[in-house]
Design a protein around this ligand. Structure first.
Ligand code: CA
Length: 246
């Protein structure tokens, strides 16, 4: 499901090459030539990942990485550091500064893409195209299909994105505002009760197989995807004997 990447690199030729490759791979790309430009872009439109060159004019890439990590609003942004330095100590320093991965120049575009994909999958699973299956409910974001058991479920795009977000973050409670940011995008102006409308539609679509019970309303807060929502009240296993205490 793509994702957005900010490329911070002062060498225009490399920056353009990176941007073109990433766009072709389906990412939304922003570019900056130095840290002040990058900081302005991060403030305006929070990217999912920053591809950051170590050596930049003025503020070095590592300093920017540390700033991103120390700020509540940006600490979850993935960082992949690019550098010509291949010494082990440099890699250690980069990872300690908060980078999720470190790629040495010159790099193969395919390897870089694979590393970016891996970091995205780890830190933002809702952006990956992996099939997710929970409690018999299966979502294939690449194919835009959902099924319960062997029964296909027809969903509109927003409901599909909402379900995918829930299934990649099971058990966590999300406010309506947070769901709007994550599923609709931060710059979309929609009222919070829009979320309720889409939740209702999603539940209707999931109701025939009982999977609507996986989506729990958390009073006064928002919603949660409950992976164990299909299970009834726990009953004692037939024949199970209490374990003798040691
Ligand atoms: Ca550079």
């Amino acid at each position: 499901m793509g994702g957005s990447i900010l490329v911070v690199e002062d060498e225009a030729a490399i920056r353009d090459l990176l941007a073109a490759n990433l766009q072709r791979a389906g990412y939304r790309v922003m570019t900056a030539g130095d840290v002040p430009q990058a900081e302005a872009l991060v403030r305006d439109s929070r990217p999912d990942l920053v591809l950051l060159d170590w050596v930049l004019p003025g503020v070095p890439g590592l300093t920017f990485a540390r700033r991103l990590r120390s700020d509540q609003r940006t600490k979850d942004i993935s960082i992949v550091l690019l550098s010509a330095r291949a010494e082990e100590q440099d890699k250690v320093t980069a990872l300690e500064s908060g980078a999720d991965d470190y790629v040495t120049k010159p790099f193969s575009p395919r390897e870089l893409l694979a590393r970016i994909k891996a970091v995205m999958r780890r830190r933002a699973p809702q952006l990956a195209d992996d099939v997710v299956e929970i409690a018999g409910l299966r979502i294939d974001p690449a194919a835009h299909t959902v099924s319960a058991g062997d029964k296909p479920i027809d969903l509109w795009t927003t409901e599909l994105r909402l379900l995918h977000y829930f299934m990649t973050h099971p058990g966590r409670v999300f406010s309506r505002a947070r769901l709007l940011d994550e599923v609709w995008g931060e710059h979309v102006f929609v009222e919070e009760r829009t979320v309720d409308v889409h939740i209702r539609r999603l539940r209707q679509a999931l109701a025939p197989t009982g999977h609507d019970k996986l989506i729990e309303t958390v009073r006064g807060t928002g919603y949660r995807f409950k992976p164990d929502g299909l299970q009834a009240v726990p009953v004692a296993q037939p024949g199970a004997q209490p374990q003798p205490s040691a």
